[in-house]
Design a protein around this ligand. Structure first.
Ligand SMILES: NC(=O)C1=CN([C@@H]2O[C@H](COP(=O)(O)OP(=O)(O)OC[C@H]3O[C@@H](n4cnc5c(N)ncnc54)[C@H](O)[C@@H]3O)[C@@H](O)[C@H]2O)C=CC1
Ligand SMILES: O=C(O)C(=O)COP(=O)(O)O
Length: 901
């Protein structure tokens, strides 16, 4: 099933989501570049005032003015111009209300009574004195608490009532008779642009302005009167400062939209429906609750939520904030929700805007998208990593269980792994197929070290799990161990040490050999092998190396002689192994190869046990053909018993190669950073099965990955025969991005409808296995858009194209089969191709209507009049087979498909 995801993941509490269907085309007739004092400019401003009055139902005797500096400007303008005549009752229950209290007390030095309340609660409204002026916020944007009504304000009041209504207006009924100053900005419930504030004044407020001269200088921006009289021109559209005509145009568009919807009641109903949908989700979700516990006081716009999961509430405040941040980042990265972190001064939590411009389907989809459990990714550390890793995980918003001995207990690991998003290991934990199968939520396995032979990478890939390691962090340490082992071996240090401790003085028993001038044969000259070579050259050894991937140039740079294996075996006085354990390297020192070694040779193995035939090694040691072996690694670990233990010419350590404080800090910190970056930000580094994505590019890539996957899903859902080619053209800015993950996302999207287990990690492998060719092309410019991804799918029977772009952060289709389109992706969509004949659209609409399917958006396109046409219709509910059959049976329909995104 395609995942349900908000089509428009815009839940910011300001600037809020643009209205559904908003387009920059709205500005085509804007008087841009014209003076706001020109006839047309003035007319637009006046129209904004008139439409505001009509949509809000503002009483005729109230003045409406467009003023500078958003809602804050409007509130402060009123406070500075009117307050001081009487004592003031300041009501505050969140950050903005507190801001007005600060203004009244610190800036204006007024005679105030403060009635405040903690976040989530409301102040004592009954304490308000009708003889006092009042300042309050109708709906606290940062706490999600609103006044239930204005009954607490006296009809017979002497004071004026200043109401900051910015998050309430157009969403909640205001009682005009009880309010004297009402302020708001355009960017809230109507999703307009910021910039300006609106100031609405009752006759009582005007009376105050004309009868009271405040004892303070007023900046020009605040001056509402002229010669003691109200400056009426402000309320006719003459603004104090120069307005943005673009913002005015946008505001007009939103007002018209509101009217089209059915006016104020329809706007209120949309906010109510959104809040109800969110409330339904909160009701069934155990980890979250409303910040405002009293339903009658709960906002239907800025809905604030707290996280009540015990693992989160147990954290201190800064950790809780980090947790919320990581959740926010994750949802943002997944294009599931933007900007839903609570306000910075409010208690840590979420804030989800439910105003009229948000679609209820998107709130529902957000609920579907959010996990049922605490969202902090959880990692199990099952081996003895340095504990520093724990702090790194925590600092980066990852929950961590540090159980360094657990990995050795296979059964226990299998029983708990299902709870984790990440598994961090060294070499003791065996993350093989059964663990991967049981790790239902696993997204990443991190190896704090180099060798990954204890991880089943093909199984992880098939399961979509990213496997990463730390390729350099312990290389020096391991190389030093190999050199130490070499000396221990040739100078018989462990044996001499034991004997000397035992009080024997066996000076002649431990005759050694010099390494000076000897030939060291390095098998595997990668990171560790080349450090070993470098140190050996420093010891004046001759170094020969066998490594099929070592270039001649690199060999010259390193000062080693590149040789084949036969030559190495024949020439080396000391052989040291530094390859990974793979099917190609397993048993590289086989019985046969051991037989080819020079007599009296020494063997050092600090790489992997499986590289050496241990039985053959024992025989050669016993026969004296091999002078000595130094082993750090064994075929079976932990090795508590071994045929070579106790052998007089064997030096053994228990897989200590990487065991220095320095190396362990390095790899632990690095793997924790890499895993957290992946789990929280989607960045991939040092992965063995997935393309790299840096933390910086991850957020830029995310919307395109979503687009790529959706375009792929679109094409995949329409494909009914075997896919031959997938061609992807990246045009414009997207062409300069890291394309591998985008292509993987397209391929995953295409294959998903056919193969449920496909994912972005395994999609390229699966495509290859199935003989599907995948081709990328890039072009630095794109016609009409900043970026376009064009997808062409060639199947046994069809050749289909679909293209898309990112618009306002969300994916959008711009072309299907050569036909220009403009459509968002939605959870449920109907796709039809039809002969372009009159009457089809009506018939389709009627069929959907009769089936009770509400149409959210309707997009049409055709190649030319009378030719094939395409309809892409988003509906509010799933499309049943029955409906699909009815649509298919309509005249002129060629194809009808239900799609899901
Ligand atoms: N004892 C310990 O505690 C430690 C052991 N190791 C082991 O050391 C291995 C090597 O580590 P790095 O040097 O960092 O890896 P690396 O990937 O940098 O180097 C491995 C080298 O082996 C070469 N190679 C691959 N197949 C080969 C073959 N069939 N014949 C010859 N050469 C071949 C590669 O071309 C590469 O140059 C790791 O895979 C790990 O198993 C690593 C760290 C600590
Ligand atoms: O990094 C490697 O490949 C190692 O072999 C180190 O293993 P360890 O982390 O010490 O168990």
């Amino acid at each position: 099933m395609p995942s349900v995801r908000p089509a428009r993941p815009f839940f910011s509490s300001g600037p809020c989501a643009k209205r559904p269907g908003w387009s920059p085309k709205n500005f085509e007739n804007a008087p841009l570049g014209r003076s706001h004092r020109s006839k047309i400019g003035k007319a637009r401003l006046k129209e904004a005032i008139d439409r505001t009055r009509s949509l809000l139902g503002v009483p005729d005797e109230y003045r409406i003015g467009i003023v500078p500096a958003s809602d804050t400007g409007a509130v402060e303008m009123a406070m500075w111009s009117m307050l001081g005549a009487r004592p003031v009752d300041m009501l505050a229950w969140e950050s903005f209300g507190q801001g007005w209290v600060t203004d009244a007390v610190k800036q204006l030095d007024l005679d105030v009574r403060i009635f405040d309340a903690p976040y989530g609660e409301i102040a004592d409204l009954s304490a308000v004195d009708p003889a006092h002026d009042v300042v309050f916020t109708w709906n606290g944007t940062t706490s999600g608490v609103r006044v239930p009504n204005a009954d607490w304000i006296s009809d017979a009041r002497e004071g004026i009532v200043i109401c900051d209504a910015t998050s309430a207006i157009f969403a909640q009924p205001l009682d005009w008779a009880k309010l004297d100053v009402i302020t708001y900005s355009w960017q809230k419930v109507l999703g307009g642009e910021g910039a300006h504030g609106v100031l609405i004044l009752s006759p009582h407020a005007v009376e105050r302005l004309e009868s009271y001269a405040p004892p303070r200088p007023l900046p020009k921006l605040f001056r509402l009167t002229k010669g003691g009289k109200l400056n009426e021109s402000i309320f006719e559209g003459a603004t104090i400062n120069t307005p943005s005509m673009l913002c005015v145009e946008d505001y007009l568009d939103t007002l018209k939209w509101g009217a089209r919807l059915g006016g104020l009641e329809a706007l209120h109903a949309r906010a109510d429906a959104n809040a109800a949908a969110l409330s339904a989700w909160v009701g069934k979700t155990a980890w979250v609750d409303f910040l405002c516990t009293e339903p009658s006081l709960r906002s239907n716009t800025s809905v604030c939520l707290k996280i009540i999961d015990k693992t989160v509430t147990a954290l201190d405040e800064s950790e809780q904030r980090a947790f919320v941040k990581s959740m926010e980042k994750r949802l943002d990265a997944e294009t599931a929700a933007y900007d839903i972190g609570g306000y910075r001064d409010a208690p840590p939590g979420l804030r989800i805007w439910c105003g009229a411009t948000v679609e209820t389907a998107d709130i529902d989809a957000l609920g579907e998208e959010a996990p049922k459990e605490n969202m902090m990714p959880k990692v199990l550390v099952s081996d003895a990593l340095s504990e520093t890793a724990v702090n790194v995980f925590k600092e980066r918003g990852v929950d961590v269980d540090y159980q360094p001995a657990l990995g050795k207990d296979k059964e226990k690991l299998l029983s708990v792994i299902g709870d984790y998003d990440g598994l961090a290991v060294r070499s003791a934990t065996k993350a093989m197929a059964p663990v991967i199968k049981a790790g239902k939520n696993l997204k990443v396995i991190g190896r704090a070290g180099i060798g990954v032979d204890n991880i089943d990478i093909p199984a992880a890939t098939a399961a979509g799990i990213v496997v990463m390691n730390t390729p350099y962090g312990n290389a020096i340490t391991t190389a030093e161990h190999a050199i130490a082992m070499m000396f221990a071996l040739v100078r018989k240090i462990p044996q001499a040490n034991q004997s000397t401790h035992a009080g024997k003085w066996e000076k002649s028993a431990f005759m050694g050999a010099e390494v000076f001038g000897k030939t060291l044969g390095v098998v595997g000259c990668g990171n560790i092998g080349s450090i070993v070579a470098d140190r050996a050259i420093g010891l004046k050894m001759r170094v020969i190396a066998f490594d099929p991937f070592l270039t001649e140039e690199r060999a010259i740079d390193l000062g080693v002689e590149k040789v084949d294996l036969e030559t190495l075996l024949a020439r080396a006085d000391i052989v040291t192994l530094h390859t990974p354990l793979t099917d190609q390297t397993r048993n590289i020192l086989s019985r046969e190869n051991i037989a080819k070694l020079k007599s009296g040779v020494y063997v050092v193995n600090c790489a992997r046990g499986g590289l050496v035939d241990e039985a053959a090694l024992k025989d050669a040691l016993d026969e004296g053909r091999i002078a000595g072996a130094a082993l750090d690694v064994y075929e079976r670990e932990p090795a508590t018993e071994h045929p070579l233990f106790g052998h007089p010419r064997v030096v053994a350590t228990p897989h200590l190669g990487a065991s220095t404080k320095e190396a362990q800090e390095n790899v632990a910190i690095q793997i924790a950073e890499q895993m957290a970056d992946y789990l929280v930000r989607g960045a991939v580094s040092n992965s063995l099965n997935s393309p790299s994505v840096t933390a910086e590019e991850a957020p830029r890539l995310k919307p395109f990955i979503a687009l790529a996957e959706k375009l792929g899903a679109f094409a995949g859902q329409l494909t009914e025969s075997g896919i031959k080619d997938i061609e992807i053209a990246y045009e414009g800015e997207v062409a300069s991005l890291n394309l591998k993950p985008l292509t993987a996302a397209v391929v995953a999207g295409v294959l998903k409808p056919m193969l449920l287990d496909v994912n972005v990690v395994n999609a390229p492998v699966i495509a290859k296995e199935r003989g599907v060719s995948v081709a990328e092309t890039v072009r630095s410019d794109a016609d009409s858009y900043d970026s376009v991804i064009r997808l062409r799918i060639v199947t046994e029977q069809q050749d289909r194209t679909v293209s898309g772009t990112i618009f306002g952060g969300a994916p959008r289709i711009v072309e299907i089969k050569g036909v220009d389109m403009e459509a968002s992706f939605a959870p449920w969509m109907l796709y039809t191709t039809n002969e372009d004949k009159p009457g089809y659209i009506g018939a389709l609409g009627q069929t959907l209507g009769e089936a009770g399917l509400n149409i959210a958006t309707f997009n049409l396109g055709r190649s030319a009049p009378g030719e094939g046409a395409i309809a892409l219709v988003a509906v509010d509910e799933p499309i049943t087979e029955e409906v699909l059959e009815k649509v298919q049976a309509l005249p002129h329909v060629v194809q009808a498909k239900a799609l899901g995104f």
